[in-house]
Ligand binder design. Structure first.
Ligand SMILES: C[S@@+](CC[C@H](N)C(=O)[O-])C[C@H]1O[C@@H](n2cnc3c(N)ncnc32)[C@H](O)[C@@H]1O
Length: 302
C-alpha cells in the first residue's frame, strides 16, 4: 500500500462540468496520486492518464487493481501526441491539466522543493533534466538573472545573481538550506512579507528545472487535436505566470456566439470561466495547497 499525501483540488467544481449520464472518455494529463482520476473512474468514466514522474506509476497500478477503465502512460504532457500509436487518433470528452507538483513530490526529500526539508539541491520533480544544483552552481550571470527575472519576477535579479556567484566561488552550494542562507544574506528585500522570502527564487528554479512554461506552451499548441466536439479543457494553475499563459491561450482562441473564431481557424473555445474559479474557503482550510489554485475551463467548438 502506497501512502498518498495528495488531496485532489476543486473536485466538485471540475465534476460540475462533467455529464454523468454518459460514459465519457477523459484524459488526465497530470495523474499524480490519481485523486482526480479516481473521482472520474468512480463515476464510471474511462480515464487515460499521463504523468512524467515514475512514482505515479505505483499510484496508477494501485488504482488499476480496483478499476479496469484506467490506462496510464509515463510521458511528458508536452508529448501528448506520442501517447501511443493507437491513441493518437482518439479524442476525449474532457481533458484535465492540474499543473505543478503533488504533495507527495513536495514531501520527497530527493526532490527538495520544500523550504522545510533539508535536501540536496534538485527541484526536478519530472524524472530527469537539469537540476537546481547545476543552475545555481554553473549558470552564468546572464542566465541566472534571466530566470530570476522571468520566472521569479524578482526586482533585484542581477544583484541576487552576483551575490550567488560570489558565494559559490567560496563554496559550492549543495543543499536547499545552504541556498536559503545565501538568499537570506544577500540583503535583498523580497516581494511579500506573507510568503517565505525564498519563495520567488524557489519558484524560478522549479520552473527552469522542470521547463514548466515550455511544457505548458507545447501542450497548448497541440491539445485542440485531442478534444471531442463540445468537449472540455480544464486547467488548474498555481502561479500567475502559468495562469497568464492559460488565460491568453483561451482568449486568443475564443469563439463568440456570433460564430466568429478569434484565431481565424475553424475551432475555438467557448470560455466558461470569464474569471477563474477558485477553491472555497472550506477547501482552503482543509488543504492549504489549494489557496493559490485557479481553474479555467473552455468548451471546444469546431
Ligand atoms: C498537482 S499534481 C496532480 C495531482 C493529481 N491531479 C491528483 O489528484 O492526484 C501534478 C502532477 O503533474 C505531473 N506533471 C507536471 N508537469 C508535467 C508534465 N509536463 N508532464 C507530465 N506530468 C507532469 C507531476 O509529476 C505531478 O504528479
Amino acid at each position: 500500500m502506497i501512502t498518498n499525501l495528495h488531496k485532489p483540488i476543486m473536485v466538485n467544481e471540475i465534476l460540475s462540468f462533467i455529464n454523468d449520464e454518459k460514459e465519457l472518455s477523459i484524459l488526465d494529463c497530470t495523474f499524480g496520486g490519481g485523486g482526480h482520476a479516481k473521482n472520474f473512474l468512480d463515476k464510471g468514466h474511462y480515464v487515460t492518464a499521463i504523468d512524467q514522474d515514475k512514482n505515479a506509476i505505483n499510484a496508477a497500478e494501485d488504482l488499476s487493481k480496483s478499476n479496469s477503465n484506467l490506462s496510464f502512460y509515463k510521458i511528458n504532457f508536452k508529448d501528448l501526441d506520442k501517447i501511443d500509436e493507437k491513441k493518437i487518433h482518439e479524442k476525449f470528452n474532457f481533458i484535465l491539466l492540474d499543473l505543478g507538483f503533488s504533495s507527495n513530490q513536495l514531501e520527497n526529500e530527493n526532490i527538495g522543493i520544500s523550504f522545510k526539508i533539508n535536501s540536496k539541491l534538485n527541484m526536478n520533480y519530472l524524472d530527469g533534466g537539469v537540476t537546481a544544483h547545476e543552475i545555481i552552481n554553473n549558470y552564468n550571470i546572464d542566465e541566472l538573472t534571466r530566470i530570476f527575472q522571468e520566472y521569479g519576477e524578482i526586482t533585484h535579479s542581477k544583484k541576487l545573481s552576483e551575490f550567488i556567484i560570489k558565494a559559490r566561488t567560496k563554496k559550492i552550494i549543495n543543499t536547499n538550506f545552504e541556498l536559503i542562507e545565501v538568499i537570506r544574506n544577500s540583503g535583498i528585500n523580497f516581494r511579500s512579507k506573507k510568503i517565505h522570502f525564498a519563495t520567488q527564487v524557489f519558484q524560478a528554479l522549479r520552473i527552469e528545472t522542470n521547463k514548466e512554461i515550455n511544457n505548458l506552451n507545447n501542450f497548448l499548441h497541440k491539445v485542440h487535436s485531442f478534444i471531442e466536439k463540445k468537449g472540455y479543457l480544464a486547467i488548474i494553475s498555481f502561479h500567475s505566470l502559468e495562469d497568464r499563459v492559460v488565460k491568453n491561450y483561451f482568449k486568443s482562441n475564443s469563439f463568440n456566439k456570433k460564430y466568429i473564431f478569434n484565431n481565424n481557424l475553424d475551432w475555438g473555445y467557448e470560455i466558461l470561466t470569464k474569471k477563474p474559479l477558485t477553491p472555497s474557503k472550506s477547501e482552503i482550510k482543509q488543504n492549504n495547497r489549494a489557496r493559490s489554485a485557479k481553474l479555467r475551463v473552455g468548451r471546444f467548438v469546431n
